[in-house]
Structure formats: structure tokens, C-alpha cells
Ligand binder design. Sequence first.
Ligand code: SF4
Ligand code: SF4
Length: 210
Amino acid sequence: MEPGGTCFCGSTGTGPAVSEEYDLAYARLGGRVVFKVGSRKGLELVEELGLPRASEGVLKEYREAIDRARKLASRIPVVESFSKILEESATKEELWKEVSARCVGCANCNMVCPTCFCTEFIDSADLSGRGKRERLWFGCLSYTYGQVAGLHYRPELFMRYRHFVLHKFVFYQKQVGLAGCVGCGRCVTWCPVGVDLRETVQKVMNHVGR
Ligand code: SF4
Ligand code: SF4
């Protein structure tokens, strides 16, 4: 059981083991698969399959593997310790220009992020008099996302990247009481130019102070 090289779910407190809202979770442990029951439905399934109960030795191995994975996936400090610092960094434009210097605004990070949900509306009409309004899944890193009524509320790329990061760790918290980042590392994996959210957080922390 090894976390991916870009995962940091230990820092966001969302992994590596699931702890609520599931029926059945599983983990590979050497040549075995260990199932963890989270609900009555999960229990019924395990009973139906006739799976044997794990021994104390296997459970110990499982807990150790989870602890090891958590340490490996704790590549930045825990979110609670830096969200205030990120908020304070919002006015430091030179810093955000520096940390976003490589970003090309492709919005890959938005498209692979499991918590990004923004959409954009496209209106069109044809000569028959009919029109249609389409809702497209979109991302805040795209230039057109911030265009409203002929103006733009985040015209520079660093503003869009700053918004992406602050939304994950500051605004989401205010909106729903949880961080908007689960530490999956997908945005790091799929960024074509190697922008790394973990490096951004670390740089901002170093600059603004702990
Ligand atoms: S690491 Fe966080 S911001 Fe990046 S894709 Fe995963 S949830 Fe989204
Ligand atoms: S994937 Fe990388 S280059 Fe593309 S918008 Fe996100 S941070 Fe910028």
C-alpha cells in the first residue's frame, strides 16, 4: 500500500484510509486484500461472500501500512496551519506572480480536480429565431471564465492561479466549513509545466511566515 508520489492526503486529513460515509473499503496488503466494513450494506455483502474475519496479525499489519502511507502522504503541513497565512498572502501580488510564473492557464488542474465545480454559460442563436443556452463545465484558470459583460474580473494569470489556490484552502472553508482540497495530487500530476500546489503552499508559507 503505497501512496502516489504527488498525493498529500495526510496533510489534508482526507486519507489514506476512509473513515466515514462508505459501505466497504479495501486495501491491498502484500498478496492479500483486506476489506473494511463501513455500513450494514457492506457487512451484508461481506457475509454473503463468506469472507473470513482478519486475524489480529493482519489487522496490525494493516494499521502499520496505513500509518506508513499517512506519513508518506504528509508532504506539506496540515491545512489548518496555513489557511490563515494563505489568506494574508492575497495582497502580495509579486509573490503570486512568482509562484504562478510557469502557469500557462490551460485549466488542466481544474478539469482533473475532484472538488472543482465551476461552469460557464454559452448563449447562441440562429437565423430561425431559435436560441439555446448551454452550461459547460469550466475552470477558473481559463481566461474566458472571468469575462463578464465585456470586462474581466481576473485579467492576469497570476490572479486566476491565486484564486484557484485560495479557493481550495481559504474560501471553501468559509463556504462549507471544509477545505476544498482533498490532497489527491491530480493537479500536480496533470499540470503540463510542473506547477506543484505543494510547492506553492510551501513558498507562500516561507514568504509570509508561520
Ligand atoms: S490536490 Fe487538491 S486542488 Fe489538486 S486536484 Fe486534488 S483536490 Fe484538487
Ligand atoms: S494545469 Fe498547470 S499550467 Fe495549467 S492552469 Fe493549472 S497550474 Fe496552470
